[in-house]
Design a protein around this ligand. Structure first.
Ligand code: 13P
Length: 253
């Protein structure tokens, strides 16, 4: 049995940038590019208050809208959190989970990422589940151990059919917002490792279907070399996703 080739996905993570009006402006400008001609899936992750407007601005286009986090409970006294149903009610279909900035600055752990991930999957959202090592961990040659622990923790209790709807993202913390991209070879090594871990946890065919995005200083001029690696199936883009022409440069690459 041959597996269908994995479709490239380019996702923009807008982090804490852009009001709703700015998000709409971006999407309107971005829709002018010949997106449908590209065999690439495109997603954008605005802030919570911009999601509703972004979904409406993207209607009728191939652009998918993602949230940057989601809570595991359906509702309750949980100040500052947003539930799966709330995202779905505004038409959001995807969610980024376990981003290193959430882990680093907001106390997110493998366990909380796992709870969010399972809730997202149970509610029918497509998660982009992020893993990645810090500079200290890489320098101590702990990269693969860290990634293995994050995968095991994040995907604990996630069955095969749910894992099949999960997208992974490898984002080395030392490459995020630093202008320091992992070389395609360094990224490929970790992507290959992630796929082999997924094959061990689930099976080879599932591991071959799951998309693994790379994130960390992806730009129009380094995107093609990264995507050319056998286990890199797309990009999760921060800074270079904030301007429509630059982001198009990555999709077009
Ligand atoms: P930069 O592309 O700005 O390095 O950010 C990467 C990232 O964190 C995407 O989620």
């Amino acid at each position: 049995m041959t597996d269908t080739p994995r479709r490239i996905m380019i996702a923009g993570n807008w982090k804490c940038y852009k009001t709703a009006a700015e998000a709409v402006q971006f999407i309107q400008a971005f829709r002018a590019y010949p997106l449908a001609e590209k065999a690439v899936d495109v997603a954008l992750a605005p802030t919570f208050p911009a999601l509703d407007a972004a979904v409406r601005a993207a209607e009728g286009s191939p652009i998918r809208v993602a949230a940057q986090n989601v809570f595991w409970e359906p509702d309750g006294a949980f100040t500052g959190e947003v539930s799966v149903a709330m995202l779905k009610a505004v038409g959001v279909g995807m969610v980024i989970l376990g981003h290193s900035e959430r882990r680093q600055y907001f106390g997110e752990t493998d366990e909380t990422v796992n709870r969010r991930l399972r809730a997202a999957l149970a509610g029918g959202l497509e998660p982009i589940f992020c893993v990645g090592e810090s500079l200290a961990e890489r320098e101590a040659s702990r990269t693969l151990d860290v990634i293995r622990t994050q995968i095991e923790g994040g995907l604990a209790g996630v069955d095969e059919s749910s894992a099949d709807r999960t997208i992974l993202a490898y984002e080395p913390v030392w490459a995020i917002g630093t202008g320091r991209t992992a070389t395609p070879e360094i990224a490929q090594e970790v992507h290959g490792f992630i796929r082999s871990e997924l094959a061990k946890k689930y099976n080879k065919s599932l591991a071959n279907r799951i998309r693994i995005l790379y994130g960390g200083s992806v730009k129009p001029d380094n995107a093609a070399a990264l995507m050319a690696q056998p286990d890199i199936d797309g990009a999760l883009v921060g800074g270079a996703s904030l301007k429509a022409d630059v982001f198009w440069g990555i999709v077009n690459a």
